[in-house]
Design a protein around this ligand. Structure first.
Ligand code: PMP
Length: 405
């Protein structure tokens, strides 16, 4: 049963069990680490730390093997059927690729600079999400600018968006796609609304040929993510949100020869974040053992509990579900993220009040371009959970929020 599973899981996170007076509800910003991840980093740094690449001694060879093994592990974790044998051969044309980066922001910039700018020609169009995390907007605008400097004019169009449901406006999507649409950037799970953005409907609208790059910062580590099912060309995620160390992340690329140039940046030119990669390997092992399906069920159940408690408290506005709230219908599934604001209490004040009760939440504009055009000072409060979050923490939060209503 899920409750017993959760208790066994929570006990593996020393930082949360060590601070029972605090409730960490900011896992969408970064996740806490299980002991297995901390141990893997310690073991690596005390038994094998060396640089990766062409080593001539055992520690260097072990570090090289760690990096290659984790590359394959990322593919496996993402359900990529194109697994390399171990040890991996040199990258081959048409094979999928995994490139380690410092996080989603760097990963999306790498796709924009190293791939998109070599892929477009004058008059092409790209579709990008204006209402998602800015990390998934600014790199595409930068690519447009870099191309313009080379005399290549690219039109950037916004992915149609529906604030009332917190999803893309999939009905309007067909109108935004044209014969020159060459690329779409989308998000898997929204970092403010917590809903699944239904990328399969984007695939249906753009057809099988157009490359789609998916910002999976809020889905990898929270729910099963399968590149085979998603039918996308790039998946970018942050290791630190998936229980690994800060400064880790990866870009997975399908590298279908029909879709333009191969994505193979990097190589061994620099020193990779080897301790971070060791943490990522341990984190992915931990997630598979705990079960991403169970983690997803836990996260959606806690989010539903919070939403159900909040929707009847008049001063609170829950973001991205106005349509279902107005209709009195159930709110769409939230993957462990609920964002709201209080009618009278500014969000940063609410954040301080909540911390006075031991709750660590995010309270500001949440890196979303144009999120608070009506009143930039109001912001919002985001509560985000992970496998270690308890039902009791959510209930305690609800009782504090109720006392402020
Ligand atoms: N995209 C989304 C959807 C995010 O939630 C975040 C982190 N809040 C990012 C991108 C940026 O991730 P990172 O800070 O790890 O680069």
């Amino acid at each position: 049963n899920l409750a017993a599973w959760h208790q066994g899981v929570r006990d593996q996170f020393p930082i949360v069990t060590g601070h029972p007076e605090l409730a960490y509800l900011d896992s969408a910003a970064t996740a806490q680490k299980p002991r297995a991840v901390l141990d893997a980093v310690h073991t690596y740094l005390t038994t094998a730390n060396a640089n990766a690449g062409r080593g001539t001694y055992p520690w260097a060879n072990r570090t090289t093997a760690l990096v290659e093994r984790t590359r394959r592990r990322v593919k496996e974790f993402l359900g990529d059927p194109d697994l390399d044998p171990d040890p991996a051969p040199a990258p081959a044309p048409g094979r999928s690729a995994v490139h380690f980066v410092g996080g989603t922001t760097e990963g999306l910039r790498t796709v924009a600079r190293d791939w998109l700018t070599t892929h477009l020609t004058d008059g092409d169009e790209i579709l990008v999400p204006y209402a998602d995390h800015q990390a998934n907007l600014l790199p595409w605008l930068e690519a447009q600018r870099l191309l313009a400097e080379r005399g290549v004019g690219v039109r950037v169009r916004g992915l149609p968006y529906q604030a009332e449901s917190g999803d893309y406006d999939h009905r309007a999507l067909a109108g935004a796609v044209g014969p020159r649409t060459r690329f779409v950037a989308a998000t898997h799970v929204h970092h403010v609304y917590g809903g699944d953005m239904n990328v399969h409907r984007i695939r249906a609208a753009v057809g099988p040929e157009v490359p789609i790059c998916l910002d999976a910062a809020q889905s990898v580590g929270h729910l099963p993510v399968s590149v085979a099912e998603l039918d996308v060309d790039f998946v970018v995620f942050s290791g630190h949100k998936a229980l690994a160390l800060p400064g880790t992340g990866a870009v997975w690329a399908r590298n279908d020869p029909a879709r333009g140039p191969e994505f193979r940046p990097g190589g061994w030119q620099g020193t990779p974040n080897t301790a971070g990669i060791a943490s990522l390997e341990a984190a992915l092992d931990w997630l598979d053992t705990a079960g991403t399906d169970r983690i997803a069920r836990w996260g959606t159940a806690l989010a539903a509990r919070l939403t159900d408690g909040l929707r009847h408290l008049a001063p609170y506005e829950i973001l991205g579900c106005q349509a279902s709230l107005a209709a009195g219908s159930p709110v769409q599934r939230r993957h462990g993220i609920v964002t709201f604001r209080h009618r009278d209490i500014p969000s940063d004040d609410l954040g301080f009040i909540l911390f006075g009760h031991g709750f660590m939440v995010r309270a500001d504009s949440l890196c979303q371009a144009g999120a608070d055009e009506t009143d930039p000072k109001r912001g919002s409060v985001r509560v985000s959970v992970h496998a270690y979050t308890t039902v009791e923490e959510i209930d305690r939060l609800l009782s504090v929020l109720t006392s402020l209503a």
